[in-house]
Design a protein around this ligand. Structure first.
Ligand code: ATP
Length: 356
């Protein structure tokens, strides 16, 4: 079902936590809300759940304005970071809980709980208590309890953030698979950019109660509307370098790049600007190479499959991703080249992207 925020403002006291936010989520779509702590992500979920009421604007689920509809009548399911399982109930009873509360027939409850438990590989732990489960299993019980209700919308509030790194990646994959199988509209809140990129059909980047940009993950990654969005997606973060136009070329960190068509017009009277280039778009060589610029290696971080290289050139610091077997050493020179087709440009004063 479609979910819509139409110029929604929410205040706590005099503080506008959401400021005229508009967002349209298509039926079956998974939209991720991504942004720093306190930007209003959870408040958006709570507004859809009916746990908060907007001060102005409308919230729609399907064609229905739900501003005044009580939570129990919205048929949305929320999954929290801290699972919120009932410790004294068995896994079976925890999953069945929303159905029991709605007085569903016992046979129907059994059928639905067993079905969702087998889908989430929980069939063998139905008689256990939550304390007898691992963190990943507990999170799956919380998911199962949401799924068993067959809601029209899932609201996920950082459901993976309590899991350790490995389990997080695994559960993220399971969530993705479930999403594909269930095809139910989902709003997923996180401050983990990798989670946002992998789970969201579209991602909304929030800052201080406003949506900075809303679009497909790779659209945001490649064509960020401003420096904030560019910096929020990608790890290691995009390099932002001071740049200028000199003798018909872009000069940044001692390197010279071709001026893309239209950039000169887009720059207008801006003389000095910023160049953004992602670490994977900086190529390294271990020996002098025509067109490559010499830099000095400062830090090497070997991750196994690749090495993150921090280097300096003309007083600027640049981070690059390099093949794990590239023979480079800290304190030694390296030669780099930036992919001018992938570079983006920003107005240093406003942070807005200058699009050629
Ligand atoms: P986080 O990632 O830290 O969970 P968030 O983006 O989900 O952050 P919200 O929980 O939506 O942020 O909170 C947004 C702002 O509103 C914060 O500054 C928070 O302190 C404030 N806030 C949230 N709930 C209330 C409340 N009930 N009363 C007063 N202020 C609140």
């Amino acid at each position: 079902m479609k979910v819509q925020f139409d110029r929604v403002t929410k205040r706590f006291g005099s503080n506008a936590v959401l400021d005229e936010v508009s967002l349209e989520i298509e039926p079956g779509e998974c939209v991720v809300l991504l942004g720093p702590s306190g930007c209003g992500k959870t408040t958006m979920l709570r507004l859809v759940a009916g746990l908060e009421t907007p001060d102005s604007g409308r919230i729609l689920i399907g064609d229905r304005i739900v501003n005044d509809v009580p939570p129990a009548d919205r048929n949305v399911a929320m999954v929290f970071q801290n699972y919120a399982l009932y410790p004294h109930l068995s896994v079976y009873e925890n999953i069945a809980f929303p159905l029991i509360a709605r007085r569903t027939a016992v046979d129907e409850i059994r059928r639905r709980v067993n079905d969702v438990a087998s889908r989430l590989e929980l069939a063998s732990c139905l008689t256990r208590r939550p304390a007898q489960l691992s963190g990943g299993q507990q999170q799956r019980v919380a998911l199962a309890r949401a799924i068993v209700r067959n809601p029209v919308v899932y609201l996920m509030d950082e459901p993976l953030s309590n899991l350790d790194a490995q389990l997080r990646t695994q559960t993220r994959g399971e969530l993705k698979r479930l999403q594909q199988v269930l095809g139910t509209t989902t709003i997923h809140v996180t401050h983990d950019q990798a989670e946002a990129m992998t789970l969201g059909h579209r991602v909304a980047i929030l800052r201080a109660g406003r949506i900075e940009q809303f679009g497909a993950p790779l659209e945001l990654y490649r064509r960020p509307i401003n420096r904030f969005v560019a910096g929020f997606l990608g790890s290691p973060a995009i390099n932002i370098l001071p740049a200028s136009l000199t003798s018909g070329e872009i000069v940044a960190a001692g390197a010279r790049l071709r001026v893309p068509a239209g950039l000169r017009d887009a720059l207008g009277r801006i003389q000095k600007f910023e160049l953004g280039v992602r670490p994977e778009d900086v190529q390294l060589r271990v020996s002098p190479d025509p067109g490559a610029v010499e830099a000095r290696v400062e830090i090497l971080e070997a991750i196994g499959n690749e090495t993150i290289v921090t280097m300096t050139s003309a007083g600027d610091r640049i981070v690059a991703r390099a093949a794990a077997d590239l023979p480079i050493e800290a304190g030694h020179p390296v030669w780099f080249r930036m992919d001018d087709a992938k570079a983006v440009f920003f107005d240093p004063a406003s942070g807005t992207r200058i699009a050629p």
